[in-house]
Design a protein around this ligand. Structure first.
Ligand code: SF4
Length: 355
């Protein structure tokens, strides 16, 4: 589920609602687990597909591979013969880690963890990627759709996880569709979490913001607002993560207003504060790199060519080479509340489990 923003993000609001000038606090609501967000029961949609519908979905997914347009890169390559930017072919997906994961929101990870499948070869190449070692560096193993389905079943039957969480799978949608349909026939009953990332101008994909906005609209139109069963576990709907970036709080505020105006004021939002410089951020700029042979060691040690600490001005993407401040996080949260949003991923105020 998305992190977003962009060059193309609207800079003016489509309605005349006041920005942060209102002195009256926004209306407080606290009924996350009440109708209409409470489900009596839940059956995954893939379990309801007929044989014909399943076969159509397989064909539609695989049709994209001959002239690949699965992500905003739109490479147009035939992945049966070659690869595009993601460097992943047509028959397998590259997987870095498959395991119960306890780093998700409480309503996703529950008590037993989220059955996470981290795919390698993310197509976005965000310069600040917070999962750089997994997503960018094509480490891991190749898995066929049938092998993936076997892993889902182990996560369900042995790990007792609450869902199958597919993390950055956009570039392997056909393989993933096939794996879910295969696992359906093997008895998979868990909800599928589709964790996709999107970001803005600091990611290396042109026009990604408009694509991100369209995809959020499409996802919300398909699954609606986040709904839970009475055990507090999310079963269907959209959970939107927004990673607050240093110095970008104005864009974060604008995104919150866009969500309230264009998606839903009942959208469930996790305003994330854990940004840290990673990937290319803070590495020595090309002009300040030492002669070859010294670079890799000094890059990893964060030292300049003379051996001293790397100054922020000589670091790449120096404007985001720091963590975020409490004020930046609060300003995004305040903007969200003033935009009418009220369903946030907050710690519980009682002493019980965070569910
Ligand atoms: S999925 Fe890969 S090949 Fe297809 S458009 Fe995206 S980057 Fe290119």
């Amino acid at each position: 589920m998305p992190w977003l923003a962009s060059k193309a993000w609207p800079t003016s609001r489509p309605t005349s609602r006041p920005l942060l000038k209102s002195t009256s606090p926004p209306l407080q609501r606290h009924l996350h687990l009440a109708p209409p967000f409470l489900l009596d029961d839940y059956t995954p949609r893939y379990q309801l597909l007929s044989l014909l519908e399943a076969s159509r979905k397989r064909s539609a997914a695989y049709a994209h591979l001959k002239n690949c347009n699965l992500c905003p890169r739109r490479c147009g390559v035939n992945r049966w013969e070659t690869t595009g930017v993601c460097l992943i072919g047509a028959e397998t997906a590259k997987v870095n880690v498959i395991a119960p994961h306890f780093g998700e929101e409480p309503c996703i990870q529950g008590h037993n963890g989220s059955g996470s499948v981290f795919f390698s070869g993310c197509n976005l190449r965000c310069v600040f990627c917070q999962n750089h070692d997994i997503a960018h560096q094509r480490n891991g193993f190749d898995a066929t759709p049938e092998e993936l389905a076997g892993w889902y079943m182990k996560l369900q039957d042995v790990g007792k996880v609450h869902n199958i969480n597919l993390i950055t799978p956009e570039h392997v949608v056909p393989q993933v569709v096939l794996s879910v349909l295969h696992a359906k026939d093997m008895g998979l009953r868990l909800p599928i979490v589709w964790t996709k990332a999107s970001s803005k101008r600091l990611l290396k994909a042109e026009d990604y913001a408009s694509a991100a906005m369209e995809s959020i609209k499409a996802m919300h139109a398909q699954v609606g607002d986040l709904c839970f069963t009475p055990d507090g576990i999310a079963k269907k709907g959209l959970l939107l993560r927004h990673l607050v970036m240093p110095g970008k709080e104005t864009e974060g505020q604008e995104i919150m207003r866009w969500l309230g105006d264009n998606i839903s004021r009942d959208i469930f939002v996790n305003i994330m504060e854990q940004y840290h410089p990673d990937a290319h951020v803070g590495k020595p700029s090309r002009s300040s790199r030492p002669p070859s042979g010294l670079g890799s060691m000094q890059e990893s040690s964060g030292s300049d060519p003379g051996g001293g600490p790397l100054s922020n001005s000589s670091a790449r993407y120096s404007e985001i080479n720091r963590t975020v401040t409490g004020e930046e996080i609060s300003s995004v949260r305040t903007a969200a509340e003033h935009a009418g949003l009220w369903r946030f991923c907050d710690p519980v105020r009682h002493d019980g489990f965070n569910l």
